[in-house]
Design a protein around this ligand. Sequence first.
Ligand code: F6P
Length: 550
Amino acid sequence: MNAEGRSRLDQLPEWQALAAHRKELGDAHLRELFASDPGRGRRLTLQVGDLHLDYSKHLVTDETLRLLRELARATEVAELRDAMFRGKKINTTEDRAALHIALRAPRSAVITVDGKDVVQDVHAVLAKMAVFTDRIRSGDWTGHTGKRIKNIVNIGIGGSDLGPAMAFEALRSYTDRSLTFRFVSNVDGADLHEAVRDLDPAETLFIVASKTFTTIETITNATSARDWLLTGLGAGPEAVAKHFVALSTNAEKVSAFGIDTANMFEFWDWVGGRYSYASAIGLSLMIAIGPDHFREMLAGFHLIDEHFTSAPPEENAPLLMGLLGIWYGNFHDAQSHAVLPYSHYLSQFTAYLQQLDMESNGKSVDRQGEPVSWQTGPVVWGTPGTNGQHAYYQLLHQGTKLIPADLIGFARPVEDLEPGLVPQHDLLMANLFAQGQALAFGKTPEEVAAEGVPPELVAHKTFRGNHPTTTILASELTPSVLGQLVALYEHKVFVQGAVWNIDSFDQWGVELGKVLAKRVEPALTEGATVEGLDPSTEQLVATYRALRGR
Ligand code: F6P
């Protein structure tokens, strides 16, 4: 029992029932599960909005799924979900609501935080973003010298970079190709240098994206960008107004940096950084794809929000995906989860999910501050499918680790690739289906031997199979489908955090490194003596200074 009278997760009878069930199932193979239940390939699927989910290739029976839903019931996932959607401050360590769902709520919705309806504020900012977007796209907004803006550089990091950068890539074929977009995040000066070296400052707009407007990487890059701009233009600070806008919750810091707050697009402390790209943080994306496509994307998010709150547990896709992750992480000792999109446009999707999932659920104390005695968030990793096949899939197929994976693909290519040419898209998707099959069913020694393989090679060419996958299919990667996919993963992460009884909306773990970096910097630059450096770091700093000739 904890202070709130809630039993510890691993003491719950529902948890123990799952542990017993896991023992009973033993190493039951997907080959057997399909043989005894041939209908599961059709039955264990869900259609949600435009997303078709096949979860038949999971190491589960109907009983497993029932027990997992019982666990969700016992851990009050639905109650916490409803509290989140009502605007309750479920991020208790920061005393904040987690209301990203309000960012994609229709204008008619009413969602209140501290007695204030936030939906109207959301729509006011969206309208302001749309006006600005139209001014850039039409050429009405010009730079300091009167030249049209042709280049947009988003400067941000974490949630203020990964979301817009991922979505820009995903929706590239919807973008205005006459504009150039760059995303700068790394405090390594090389990032900014490479982003701007071929740009004309007179045609360049910088979007400084930072919720807090204190993040050292972003402020450093923005300061360097301002120097680059003013030097390039040979102008004074008055040129900044036409070339810098800010996306932030912190008007004071924006103003202190020298950006007119009239050119600031606001969002609010109830939007977590990693949940923010549907807010003003998406301005670069809106400029790229236009306000209508941006709204379509928001509608896609909202469709899944509605599904998550209204679908019964048996048909609730985020609930199901969250619970399957718990089944593997907590009852099969899986340490990681692979997300493998069979779409080049989703090349940044897994990187985006890494922050979403690992910053949310990389926690080791529960909501009451007690150490957890169960595994929490997995390591999330992956790259577009066929590239991975020639890199790390060997380990997926024949390594010693259990790595559940999501395979994501689309029936139609986004770009209208000319008919009559090589059917590349069918080949791409054939790979997705083949991998799902090979991972699940493998190849037995008997099958290998029957192919005439010499006996000494049979073991090497055998595929054990039994590697679980979820396949997610949609007809095409549209703005709405992207919104649906992202919301699906957001709520999956939420479900897992709710079951594990952790605060999925704080990120204290990134603080220590930030504090230490600030402390170490003077030792590198000025050779200052820094209190509290451990002997190894002290030695490394001395070596660094010697190598730099200081
Ligand atoms: O990594 C910590 C973090 O606070 C993220 O949660 C956030 O997305 C990122 O830094 C950037 O923060 P900001 O938008 O305030 O610059």
